[in-house]
Design a protein around this ligand. Structure first.
Ligand SMILES: NC(=O)c1ccc[n+]([C@@H]2O[C@H](COP(=O)([O-])OP(=O)(O)OC[C@H]3O[C@@H](n4cnc5c(N)ncnc54)[C@H](OP(=O)(O)O)[C@@H]3O)[C@@H](O)[C@H]2O)c1
Length: 262
């Protein structure tokens, strides 16, 4: 199978106003792609466009909330109108929450699922008719190592990312006859604004970021995985170790997580 390249690819990317998404957008444009980006903070998307001069109008911003069905429709319509089609969708927008499930509101669970799961699934649904006509088409999901092994205090986030993984696994097989790749990328802890945007979080999260990867290197690895047509990828050695340990010795992993991650 030929490697994918980004030259003149038409990419729809969510969550580009900070962190991993910011670097995904920058690297995609440098690689010659046309990119439609979205997130709620319009000023940040404006800064992103200015950050690298926006050669040949390769970056188009459509600010809005991916959890809003009308915004998702607008996003697809604008992408198709401006770029005459879609080749790659990268579902990167995400939010988290930290704290015991029993102390959280039902709204916390709904909000995390709306952004982390339903928005990605429903945006992809809208994009599929266009991806079917696309050039080396792909759907990429920026998930988490917590889609493979849940930890205490992040029940909503883990559940939403587990849901994404199950959905992606099924979709991958459904779309294979049409030549559309589904690529599931699982970063570990990453330096980004994710930790400042946690919703309904009372816990101090300063120490959570020990050993975190940079958003730039995570973005680079994600784009390499899309290029190499990877099926899925757990990005960090620590993440891989956690997942393997949990498969081989789930009870031991439970005990270790209770001791060190609670
Ligand atoms: N940071 C980590 O440790 C880590 C680890 C594993 C996986 N991940 C995953 O990586 C992805 C990117 O996160 P990040 O670390 O780069 O965090 P980040 O800097 O907070 O970026 C999240 C992006 O999502 C956007 N977003 C959030 N809610 C949105 C909404 N309702 N509508 C539209 N856009 C929305 C944010 O923009 P606005 O606020 O402007 O809307 C921002 O651009 C997420 O899916 C996250 O779950 C992160």
């Amino acid at each position: 199978m030929a490697k994918r390249n980004f030259q003149n690819k038409r990419v729809l990317l969510t969550g580009a106003s900070s962190g991993i998404g910011w670097y995904l957008a920058s690297e995609l444009v440098r690689a010659g792609a046309y990119v439609v980006v979205t997130s709620r903070r319009a000023d940040r998307l404006q800064q992103l466009r200015q950050a690298f001069g926006n050669p040949r109008k390769r970056l188009i911003s459509v600010p809005g909330d991916v959890a809003d069905p009308q915004h998702r429709v607008r996003l697809i319509e604008t992408t198709v109108e401006q770029l005459s089609g879609i080749d790659i969708v990268i579902n990167n927008a995400g939010i988290g929450a930290i704290g015991p499930f029993c102390e959280a509101t039902p709204d916390r669970l709904r909000r995390v699922f709306e952004v982390d799961f339903f928005a990605a699934a429903e945006l992809t649904r809208l994009a599929l008719p266009h991806l079917k006509q696309g050039n080396q088409p792909a759907v990429c999901i920026v998930s988490s190592v917590l889609a493979h092994r849940a930890v205490p205090g992040k029940s909503e986030y883990c559940a939403a990312k587990f849901a994404l993984r199950g959905w992606a696994e099924s979709l991958r097989l459904e779309l294979r006859p049409q030549g559309i790749d589904v690529i599931d990328i699982c970063p570990s802890t990453t330096h980004s604004e994710f930790w400042d945007s946690l919703i309904e979080t009372t816990q101090d999260v300063k120490n959570v970021r020990t050993g975190a990867q940079s958003a730039e290197s995570v973005a680079h690895s994600i784009l390499s995985a899309i290029r190499m047509r990877r099926r899925d990828l757990i990005l960090s050695p620590g993440g891989k170790a956690l997942v393997w340990l949990s498969r081989l010795a789930p009870r031991l992993t439970d005990n270790l997580l209770l001791k060190y991650a609670a």
